[in-house]
Write a protein that binds this ligand. Structure first.
Ligand SMILES: C[S@@+](CC[C@H](N)C(=O)[O-])C[C@H]1O[C@@H](n2cnc3c(N)ncnc32)[C@H](O)[C@@H]1O
Length: 258
């Protein structure tokens, strides 16, 4: 069942008074997760077949070590696996998965009402090649796939965490880079986009020196051209309207043909 209680925006949902919960540094804050009636309806109709339950640790979003799920059985077919971390309301996920029916897409998102909205879009667009895991995607990428099993990763408009004391919460960091190198197939691509220049520079600093990753556009300034597979979402539009430049980045895992 989804969380439906109202909570303080900064309190972790699993932190009940008196409970001893180890707080991890994570790239998200789970806000109050009340669903509107149409989200509730979509959740009830579609989550049993589209949301993949995983074993969690102390908090409901932290992934426990466990046998790797049988993704072929879950999707009902064998196909290359693409992962998105932070799929939000599915504004990129749904059209991008629809445009690539030959891949199986596993999306990680922690905010259940956004997942419910995504479920509704998937149904409306008749997209069947997406499954969603409600958990921390950095941990999920690490623990829920065999090394080299993922062919591509998307992280679009990740929360910027502007304050210096919050930089440790940024999704893109050395640990995620190491996970990507281990879990993506050689030659696999990691596509990123952000509307925040300071986060874009941070991504370059972290990823340009990450062992096993190569910036595909290193020879031409390091920034990727806007990836035309990526639809214009509200985050990109908001950034543009506020006068910010959008930065795309593409990295490839060493060892492939590309
Ligand atoms: C700013 S939104 C962008 C959503 C989407 N990528 C888009 O462009 O429309 C970032 C989303 O990432 C989710 N998120 C942040 N860190 C995450 C993590 N480690 N695992 C899964 N979801 C995460 C947040 O809940 C939020 O919905």
């Amino acid at each position: 069942m989804p969380h439906t209680d109202q909570r303080d925006e900064n309190q972790h949902p699993d932190q009940q008074p008196g409970a001893r919960v180890h707080r991890e540094v994570v790239s998200f804050v789970r806000r109050s997760a009340r669903m509107n009636p149409s989200q509730q309806k979509a959740w009830e109709r579609w989550s049993p077949t589209r949301v993949v339950p995983v074993e969690t640790r102390e908090t409901s979003t932290s992934v426990a070590p466990q046998p790797v799920p049988d993704w072929d059985a879950i999707f009902g077919r064998h196909a290359p696996i693409v992962v998105e971390i932070g799929s939000g309301q599915g504004d990129s996920l749904v059209p991008m998965a629809k445009a690539r029916p030959e891949v199986n897409v596993v999306a990680f998102e922690v905010f259940e009402p956004s997942v419910a909205s995504t479920l509704s879009k998937l149904a409306r667009e008749d997209v069947d090649n997406v499954r969603i895991v409600i958990a921390d995607g950095a941990q999920g990428l690490d623990l829920l796939f065999e090394p080299g099993q993922v062919v591509e990763l998307w992280t679009f408009f990740a929360d910027p965490w502007h304050k210096a004391r919050h930089h440790k919460r940024r999704l893109v960091n050395d640990d995620l880079a190491a996970t990507v190198v281990r879990q993506l197939a050689p030659g696999g691509h990691w596509h990123l986009a952000t509307d925040w220049a300071d986060y874009a520079d941070w991504m370059r600093e972290v990823l340009d020196q990450a062992p096993g990753l190569r910036n595909v556009h290193a020879g031409s300034g390091g920034w990727a051209p806007r990836w035309d597979a990526r639809p214009l979402t509200k985050y990109e539009r908001r950034g543009i309207e506020a006068g910010r430049d959008i930065h795309d980045l593409t990295y490839v895992v060493d060892g492939g043909d590309t």
